[in-house]
Write a protein that binds this ligand. Sequence first.
Ligand code: NAP
Ligand code: MG
Length: 450
Amino acid sequence: MSTLINPSTGAELDVSPASATLEEADAVIARAHDAFPAWRDVAPGERARLLRAFAALVDEHLEELAQLEVLNAGHTIGNARWEAGNVRDCLNYYSAAPERLFGRQIPVPGGTDVTFHEPLGVVGIIVPWNFPMPIAAWGFAPALAAGNTVVLKPAELTPLTAIRIGELAVEAGLPEGVLNVVPGKGSVVGERFVTHPLVRKVCFTGSTTVGKRIMAGCADQVKRVTLELGGKSANIVFADTDVAAAAASAPYAVFDNAGQDCCARSRILVQRSAYDEFVGRLETAVKALRVIDPADEQSEMGPMVSAGQRDSVQAYLDGASVAFTGSVPDGPGWWLPPTVVESSDTTEAVWREEVFGPVVAVMAFDDEDEAIALANDTEYGLSGSIFTSDVGRALRVARRVEAGNLSVNSHSAVRYWTPFGGYKQSGLGRELGPDAPNAFTEEKNVFIAH
Ligand code: NAP
Ligand code: MG
């Protein structure tokens, strides 16, 4: 594997996990396939107990996992602790699923009809570098709970926490071969999940470009696929809201994780009568954002994940009308300041494309219809926020914005209790929430003649 770099300092890390070859990937898939029948047949209460033991061990190692993410991905320590805690919480939440994987009894003439939710077999999970821990758990926790075995490919840039979580699974008592972490290249290991006939479902999170390719590849075997792709979400601020509160919270909705978040509210739409006040207050908030060493407890934003990602974000700023920026530390590392662009042209790249960095574009609108039209003028549809004190308007707008996850008077992060996924080119299928285990099963119908 290429050398891992600490994004905050540019220094090489002294660990470099080996990249799996195609043959090694095949061997791991075979191991996961071999482990499947026994895991499927573990009694529901016992599978629940093992998932809770796994959760407890993640909790015991929370600080270790968090520190690893600060080092490998440049996440702030506060975020990294939340992320490791999210792995624990997902495991605990889905540990209730094995004992509640209910089918139905459906009234039919001439007999009894029942349905079963049966696991698929080996599930392949492909994880990006932006949230290595949570995104892995959103896949593996419900997949394991439903009785599948898992092969998990972390991003090449950020494999360390996934590798550690894989070790903790075994230590917690999950049988060997049930959760397998396979570090390696997308073009080798990731592609193999798509082409290998024993992998029965692929869960992919990452770019829309690669996601389309995975969907096309899965078609060849009619392989099940879930896609969580990009976003260009709108934060819609109506003049009837508490403008000060909306402006104070807006930076966190886009600059969290240095903007490397598929749910980033990277477009802010502000009603014209409140526009000047909002932008003025936004400037104060952005300038106050603590962009410092992510290992510092006070840090609110760290560096970009890689030099390449920083360059790609920087390219969007050439020629854009930057209104103001926040600060960055001097010295090495892949830093970019939080940057606010005022936009008036919806054809500009910075307004249309997923920048995936600490850049937000702000635009004025006149009325509710225009706000909705602007919010929906994108191929994406992942999330969004609506700030208004009019509850009728909040619901009207929430129903008309074409996105899977909206929050009113807040910028709620992904919640494991509720379904998460995209409209349009932001994805296919849903993760999380009470129904997630069903997405890792086939529904079987059995009719018994009387
Ligand atoms: P990416 O190429 O889509 O990578 C995501 C994951 O897919 C990684 O594990 C990657 O492996 C793997 N992969 C790459 N090519 C593959 C293939 N042909 N078959 C199977 N798996 C493959 O994303 P990226 O290049 O890291 O980031 C590029 C852009 O994607 C970002 O700037 C951002 O716009 C978007 N993005 C979105 C999200 C999101 O949460 N929606 C997350 C990350 C990135 P490697 O690590 O080996 O490349
Ligand atoms: Mg890529």
